[in-house]
Design a protein around this ligand. Structure first.
Ligand SMILES: [Zn+2]
Ligand SMILES: [Zn+2]
Length: 451
């Protein structure tokens, strides 16, 4: 995910006090009788040590977005060993495995992301990453600082567990291991106006990964929810994210004689201030929240030269597609009008990041909730919106999809203060992995079992 989750670390204990009730209610999950769950739990217990081994192996060998070659090979070899139909190179390094149950039925997809981040690991774990790679022209450390190592290992575990239950599986399960969730692969991230090729989930969808699929499920690990707790939300869960670039073109001149040129520094300062009026004054934030941040601004090189131009970079986060397009329109108009007032020109472009809102359809959310509660043994809680983003939204644009967060607060840490995703100290409690396997397996079985 393109952001950290610390805001989620609110007091959950009261909510979890009602776990017993939730578990009783969960008994209504269709098509999942006790015998199936018992069989599932035996297989999960058998697979759990290997899931941890895979996670540690992947953690020690992180790969940046779009370069998940070793990870994809590990995944593909595992799926082939299980006897699944395997497609590699889907949307870059993506891998799709198809498990066909012995009984006829629907097709459900489960998704994991495989990429790591340019972060220098500071966990001190025995299997901490020592990997370095070239990124944006510089050598950088690489780390699984967002838990995608765990997601990949969990889904490998689910494939193993469900393969073992194939004889009574109605329908098929597609296992989707996607590259480049964290953003455009290095080299795609240009701003020269050229169209950026699709990456990550979008590229996999374009290459047919969701063919015949009727629903998709995915999860994200976070240290900021207590261990084993599932956080869910109906409707918008995570924000849409649009990166933006504004170039303010003035006319360079001597710093002592600004009237002989057009100062893009002052115009840019006014643009930055003006942009903050969009969320606070122009969008109807009673509908949904929004965030607009300018995170980089560059122009000039010394005290007495007014530069020709200034460039700034920012990010827009929204929870409604209508507000998203309105905000983008207003950003362009605001920057252009303010720059024009001083004789400068602003050109505004969006991308390469353009993630839609991660939106859990209410009907699907309601339908899966009993099974989710059953799978998480009642430890399920509704969470606030997250201003981070996920390209799981690309799958949800194609088929109904449900995304949830899974608590994995490391041993000896508190959810409220545990290192966030993307932090050099980010870590997970590996006991969460089995909960991940159980919840995704149950969601798939429940979906296939329902008429
Ligand atoms: Zn992530
Ligand atoms: Zn992330």
């Amino acid at each position: 995910m393109l952001y950290a989750l610390r805001p989620l670390a609110f007091a959950l204990l009261a909510a979890l006090g009602s776990a017993a009730h939730a578990q009783a209610a969960a008994g209504t999950a269709a098509a999942l009788d006790a015998a199936v769950l018992d069989a599932l739990d035996l297989r999960i217990a058998a697979a759990a040590p290997r899931v941890i081994e895979w996670r540690r192996d992947i953690h020690a060998h992180p790969e940046l977005s779009g370069r998940e070659v070793r990870t994809a090979r590990l995944v593909a070899e595992h799926l082939k060993r299980l006897g699944l139909e395997v497609q590699t190179g889907v949307g870059g390094t993506g891998v799709v495995g198809i498990l066909r149950g012995a009984l006829p039925g629907k097709v459900v997809a489960l998704r994991a992301d495989m990429d790591a981040l340019p972060v220098e690991e500071a966990t001190g774990l025995p299997f901490a990453s020592k990997v370095r790679a070239s990124y944006r022209g510089k050598e950088t450390a690489v780390m699984h600082a967002c838990g995608h190592d765990g997601h990949t290992a969990i889904l490998m575990g689910v494939a193993e567990v469900l393969q073992g239950m194939k004889a009574r599986l109605p329908g098929s399960v597609k296992f989707i291991f996607q590259p480049a969730e964290e953003g455009a692969p290095d080299g795609h991230d240009h701003h020269d106006g050229a169209a950026t090729p699709a990456w990550g989930a979008k590229a996999m969808v374009e290459q047919g990964a969701l063919k015949e699929v009727q629903a998709i499920f995915g999860l994200h690990l976070t240290g900021n929810l207590p261990l084993g707790v599932v956080g869910y939300r109906s409707g918008p869960l995570m924000a849409g994210a649009d990166s933006l670039r504004i170039r303010v073109q003035g006319r360079g001149t001597h710093g002592s004689a600004p009237w002989s040129g057009v100062d893009p520094i002052l115009a840019s300062a006014q643009v930055v201030v003006g942009l903050q009026g969009i969320v606070s004054r122009q969008l109807n934030i009673t509908q949904e929240p929004a965030v607009l941040t300018i995170g980089a601004i560059q122009g000039g090189n010394r005290d007495n030269i007014i530069p020709d131009s200034v460039e700034m970079l920012g990010t827009l986060r929204t929870f409604d597609e209508g507000m998203r397009s309105e905000a983008k329109q207003r950003i362009a108009t605001t920057a252009q009008s303010i720059a024009a007032a001083s004789g400068a020109q602003a050109s505004v472009s969006f991308g390469p990041t353009a993630y839609s809102v991660t939106n859990n359809p209410p009907a699907l959310t309601e339908a899966v909730l009993p099974a989710l509660k059953l799978a998480a043994r009642g430890r399920v809680t509704e969470i606030p919106k997250v201003s981070g983003s996920e390209d799981f939204s690309e799958f949800q644009k194609a088929v109904p999809g449900f995304f949830y967060l899974l608590g994995a607060t490391p041993k000896g840490k508190e959810a409220a203060t545990a290192p966030t995703n993307h932090s050099p100290a980010f870590d997970i409690n590996e006991d969460a992995l089995a909960v991940g396997v159980r919840t995704l397996s149950v969601l798939a079985l429940d979906f296939l079992g329902r008429p």
